[in-house]
Design a protein around this ligand. Structure first.
Ligand code: NDP
Length: 332
């Protein structure tokens, strides 16, 4: 399977290209940049054989079977719709689109076209998150009462462009990180948030967009989820906790792109370290996507998972802006 990269991005360069190349029979065939000169430079540096002059050229190449979209967020919808129209499988970055309606339109179109559509929510591909989900599913902590997600990080200098100053490109910590946390909660707890309260702030980095958010989500079971995302916290560390009637799970350093961190289960019997696989998150995501193309299963995070994580993020931002609790609108 030959892939076209739509977007000469950091995430493609640092993680996803390697993950594509790790799949037997998959290769990175071409890259599209808005700047031909940058595209050529990127292709040369990354050993990509072709550059595409524009989106139509990238998609009309009969050798290309799949595309990975990792442009800035406002471009995802149009690029995905064009790729779906051209019959290519699509792995799209989060947030899928600027609105829930647009995201749903992409997923409906993919279903009609019969192509595989995935959302690149990497955290649910990690050994740590899968181990935590399994503990809960096995009843090790009893009935889940609450979950806390700590995802306040310090955005490195080289990523401080559009994310901190361009609302029209989809900047802000809520579209950037709250979407991931929404996916993590949905994946680990196996249910969708129904109602949120939230506050957001610009605490030193955001210029016209929020760089910090705290929110509380109510789950259908009655469990409560507390989430904290930020771009401005150099030393906070990341993690998550899930508390149940029979035990608690403490996971530190697991809201990250690498297969690191530690997970501990505490019950009446005492504390135990929970082992987990240290496979690469993105390679696992691509393996699941490649299997879906072969007709085996679904992508790790489907299109609908991307629609739902975006719906939660939108509810968080709207609840913070309006200062009131809001139901999450998944768009029917
Ligand atoms: P980048 O800022 O690196 O890339 C986004 C776009 O910016 C590129 O498509 C490129 O445009 C342009 N660009 C990048 N570097 C330069 C440069 N040096 N000079 C000029 N233009 C540049 O963004 P990210 O890779 O951080 O994010 C891209 C997408 O991926 C976003 O949707 C983001 O939310 C998502 N993401 C997902 C992650 C995950 O783990 N799932 C992690 C990080 C990001 P062009 O293509 O036109 O050259």
């Amino acid at each position: 399977m030959k892939w076209a990269l739509i977007g000469a991005s950091t995430i493609a360069r640092d993680y996803v290209m390697n993950a594509i190349r790790a799949q037997a029979g998959h290769e990175v065939h071409s890259v599209l940049s808005g700047s031909p000169a940058r595209g050529a430079e990127y292709a040369k540096a990354e050993g990509i054989p072709h550059t595409a002059a524009d989106l139509a050229a990238a998609l009309s190449d009969p050798e290309v079977g799949a595309v990975y979209i990792s442009t800035t967020n406002e471009k995802h919808h149009a690029q995905a719709m064009a790729a779906i129209g051209a019959g290519k499988h699509v792995l799209c970055e989060k947030p899928l689109a600027m609105t829930v309606g647009e995201a749903a339109e992409m997923v409906h179109a993919a279903q009609r076209a019969g192509i595989v559509f995935g959302t690149n929510h990497h955290l649910r591909c990690s050994g740590s998150h899968r181990a935590i989900r399994d503990l809960i599913a096995d009843g090790r902590i009893g009935r889940v009462l609450s979950m806390r997600v700590f995802h306040a990080v310090h955005l490195p200098q080289h990523l401080q462009g559009w994310r901190i100053n361009d609302a029209s490109a989809g900047g802000g910590v809520i579209p950037d990180i709250t979407v991931h946390d929404a996916d993590v909660a949905r994946f680990i707890l196996g249910e969708d948030p129904v109602r949120v309260t939230a506050q957001m702030a610009a605490s030193g980095m955001g210029e016209g967009v929020e760089d910090s958010a705290m929110s509380v989500w109510t789950m259908p079971s009655g469990a409560m989820v507390m989430a904290h995302e930020s771009f401005t916290h150099p030393f906070a560390g990341s993690g998550l906790e899930v508390h149940g009637t029979e035990g608690s799970i403490f996971a530190r350093g697991v809201m990250t792109q690498r297969p690191v961190g530690d997970v501990e289960l505490v019950t009446r019997e005492g504390r135990e370290v929970v082992p987990f696989s240290d496979h690469d998150l993105y390679t696992q995501g691509l393996a699941d996507f490649a299997a879906a193309i072969r007709g085996e299963g679904t992508p790790a995070a489907t299109g609908w998972d991307g629609v739902k994580s975006l719906a939660v993020a939108h509810a968080v931002r709207a609840a913070a802006a309006q200062g009131r609790a809001l139901n999450v609108d998944y768009g029917g």
